[in-house]
Write a protein that binds this ligand. Sequence first.
Ligand SMILES: Nc1ncnc2c1ncn2[C@@H]1O[C@H](COP(=O)(O)OP(=O)(O)OP(=O)(O)O)[C@@H](O)[C@H]1O
Length: 319
Amino acid sequence: MTTISVDQAAGTPTAAASTLDLAGVSRWYGNVVAVNDVSMSLGPGVTGLLGPNGAGKTTLLHMMAGFLAPSRGAVSLDGRPTWRNPEVYRRLGLVSEREAVHTFLTAYEFVLASAKLHRLPDPAEAARRAIALVEMEGAQDRRIGTYSKGMRQRARVAAALVHEPQVLLLDEPFNGMDPRQRLHMMELLHRLGDAGRTILFSSHILEEVEQVSGTVQVMVAGRLAASGDFRTIRRLMTNRPHVFAVHSTDDRALAVALMAEASVTGVELGRAGLTVRAGDYGAFTRVLPKIALAEGIRVRQLVPEDESLESVFSYLVEA
Ligand SMILES: Nc1ncnc2c1ncn2[C@@H]1O[C@H](COP(=O)(O)OP(=O)(O)OP(=O)(O)O)[C@@H](O)[C@H]1O
């Protein structure tokens, strides 16, 4: 059993570190393989779970939280399985992506209800402490219906933290937030991570992960595509050569114009159209429409030749 003490000055808990381990975890829904043979180990600090929509992030988080059984493999928290293990609910908090909040409750009442669900010895004190942690004291007696998206999200984080779990999982916590709210949430996650908690948040936006976390797990189509230091992975993602098939109203003129472009490393003009090699996926896909426009050429089709790469990189461009 982990012992948790509260550092009064910072208002943040300090406790023995928790580790979440996944060993060969898969989950399928009928014929759909949502998570495919994922292994990872998460320790204290903030980790980003990055992947495009439908990559399997939500399914993975739900298995970590013990809400969903793996079809194969094992998820364990400090060596004990998370599935069907009530102890996990005491040690872990989950802020899910879409969760209806009773808008007629105040944040205090909402967080208090969570404290009571956990049967905490002093629910009122626990609720006050969790609200202070997310800096919502000033608004705690207002109805949640009057809150901004960011405040609502922070109230939900407080409810998930009320029992002072060592592990906090957040599914797309920045969705729908404006930049100021994002910053506030990022600071909160940093604080929690610095206090020794194991924090994992999912996102489909590269920049979000970049700003919050140095460690990242990248999921693509149910698989773990990359894992480790954010900068190294970003370099791997953005610096490898990419091959595109391009069809336009004037392939010859476009080929000439592209040869002068820094992000383009090679151009081949064939009967089927243009094959372009680019060092930087994002830079090339951003510059191509501009070049075409300047030359009065219309791009009819731009197809990354390697589909699996496309799925890894398409969200980099969207971000
Ligand atoms: N209950 C379910 N029944 C059938 N298929 C499901 C179910 N839940 C998820 N899936 C499928 O599993 C795959 C992974 O979904 P999941 O929600 O885990 O991904 P995600 O990365 O969280 O995406 P998003 O950010 O869009 O929620 C998708 O193809 C999805 O359609």
